[in-house]
Design a protein around this ligand. Structure first.
Ligand code: DC
Length: 233
């Protein structure tokens, strides 16, 4: 067996990358970090502290000034199998998944100082390697030297369908067209923003998961992982 590596998994929202990343980490005994949860936690902080203007824009100056006071950590999955995101020690896992946070997170994620702060925290989590991190800019900005990079794609309709079912399962009253619109809006902001836009790293392997079953995906991922880790001596 080789040395521990860093696995970067990037892709569009609701592409299924988090499920894959979490499962891979579990199978190989690595730490899993959901970087999107960190942007969501900062968004929740802004909402709670009056940093969202009435027109839905973010009070950037206030938020940037508060950044040193924002700390985000993770509590490893317990009996429920879910990793919990902690904002200054408080479990906010449920709140950060709300539609309100989902619709405000993209404008928060374009703020350069927010990205700088979170990228620094993320790089800290990866210091010891043995980590699987998913997001938008993990293979390009956070860990450009990651030994394994995966870029996950799937059509907006397929991703909206998935997100819609997920919300319904959680008992959230959602309309498919609205979910699709939210997915497309986020794609647009994520791919066109100036700082660290979502794009495939030149050395990332691409996975179109619209065409594979979850089991096929995991087999594909495990094969890649094992061959890359073995070579890393
Ligand atoms: O993966 P997600 O849907 O939970 O991500 C929430 C938002 O955070 C999404 O709009 C894009 C942003 N994000 C980002 O800009 N960079 C990352 N590494 C992860 C997420």
């Amino acid at each position: 067996m080789g040395k521990k590596i860093i696995v970067a998994i990037d892709g569009f929202s609701s592409s299924g990358k988090s499920t894959m990343a979490r499962e891979l980490a579990k199978r190989v005994g690595y730490v899993y970090v959901d970087s999107g949860a960190m942007y969501r936690a900062v968004t929740l902080y802004a909402m709670r502290n009056g940093m969202v203007n009435t027109d839905g824009s973010i009070d950037e100056e206030k938020l940037v000034a508060a950044l040193p006071e924002i700390n985000i950590t993770f509590q490893p999955a317990g009996a429920d199998g879910v990793q919990h995101t902690l904002l200054n020690g408080e479990d906010v896992e449920k709140e950060i998944r709300s539609m309100e946070v989902s619709s405000l997170v993209s404008p928060v994620a374009v703020i350069p100082a927010v990205r700088e702060r979170l990228v620094a925290l993320q790089q800290g989590f990866g210091k010891e390697k043995g980590i699987v991190m998913d997001g938008r800019d993990i293979g390009t900005t956070v860990f450009p030297d990651a030994e394994m990079k995966v870029f996950v794609s799937a059509s907006p309709e397929e991703r909206a369908r998935r997100r819609f079912l997920e919300l319904k399962e959680k008992g959230v009253d959602a309309v498919y067209e609205e979910v699709l619109r939210n997915v497309e809006e986020r794609d647009h902001i994520d791919t066109t923003r100036e700082v660290s836009p979502l794009r495939k790293a030149a050395d990332a392997i691409e996975l179109d998961n619209g065409s594979l079953t979850p089991e096929q995906q995991m087999n594909w991922l495990m094969d890649k992982f094992q061959s890359i880790e073995k070579e890393n001596i």
